[in-house]
Design a protein around this ligand. Structure first.
Ligand code: G3H
Ligand code: ZN
Length: 278
């Protein structure tokens, strides 16, 4: 199947009443494990790459890799720019064939956040691509970027932010954190308040480590997308780490890469199933 347009994927989520996972990839093995997981579960979702990761592989390499890896896959998958940090990244990703974009200007003052998102929305909508924006700041570690900022989304800003930016999805900060080993305490009353105000569906970042029952509880509050990064990265790294611990002379990269794909696929299947159990 071709990479699916982000608006179509949002319609699919609404039609099937799903919370769609967005799995971050970094390399071929993560990509293959994610796509196999979607295929095996027969459900769609996002494959995402963080802006910071584009320093390692440019958007065209990522889009080509995803496109060719999902040829055999018949579930809808959108290719998403995660935490887009610059307008240049946004344009490069659209040019490369990404079908969903996040602009993360949440570290900027509110008026600048609005201006950055608005600019990207005008550009992306021209190409028929939806835009996710973040209001409030999520702390923790995302790839090589560490953020100490931790500002919960202020419900008072939600309606004007959505209206003025024209964004299509809203990432919220409600106690969720990036990274694996921080224990998040989701503020459900705040999430509910935001959901009642927001005219667009919500996104939860920092999925790794959040107990699945909490993600399912959040689903009731117009949650359409939940992001997973560290969880799969650990599954990948663990494969190589354990093999090395067992045998310091291990050099069978091909077998370990296959094992890593299988281990990532298992995590993907578990997450897809767990976030949507009713
Ligand atoms: O944008 C990506 C995510 O929010 C990933 O967060 O590494 O805590 O799963 P995580
Ligand atoms: Zn994130």
């Amino acid at each position: 199947m071709e990479i699916v347009n982000g608006f179509k994927l949002m319609d699919y989520a609404k039609e099937h009443q799903l919370v769609l996972p967005a799995f971050n990839t970094t390399n071929y093995e993560l990509t293959a494990g994610i796509i196999k997981g979607y295929q095996e579960m027969g459900l769609g979702g996002y494959i995402a790459i963080s802006s910071s990761n584009l320093k390692l592989s440019n958007p065209k390499i990522i889009a080509d890799m995803v496109r060719s890896t999902m040829i055999e896959c018949d579930t809808p998958i959108a290719l998403h720019l995660d935490h887009g940090k610059s307008f240049e990244d946004v344009k490069a990703c659209i040019d490369a064939g990404f079908t969903s974009i996040m602009v993360d200007a949440s570290h900027l003052p509110l008026d600048q956040n609005i201006a950055e998102v608005r600019k990207a929305v005008e550009y992306c909508h021209f190409y028929g691509i939806p835009v996710e924006a973040e209001l409030g700041a999520i702390s923790g570690k995302e790839d090589d970027h560490i953020s100490e900022e931790d500002a919960k989304t202020d419900p008072a800003d939600v309606l004007s932010f959505v209206e003025e930016t024209g964004c299509d999805l809203l990432a919220v900060s409600i106690g969720n954190v990036h990274g694996m080993d921080l224990s998040p305490h989701l503020d459900f009353p705040l999430l509910k308040e935001i959901a009642e105000i927001s005219t667009v569906p919500l996104v939860l970042h920092g999925g790794s480590g959040i107990p699945f029952d909490q993600v399912r509880r959040a689903k009731a509050e117009n949650l359409i997308k939940v992001n997973y990064g560290s969880d799969l990265r650990q599954a990948f790294i663990r494969t190589f780490g354990q093999a090395y611990e067992q045998n310091h002379n291990e050099f069978n990269v091909m077998q370990l890469s296959k094992d890593a794909i299988a281990n990532v696929e298992e995590r993907v299947k578990t997450i897809i199933k767990e976030v949507n159990i009713n």
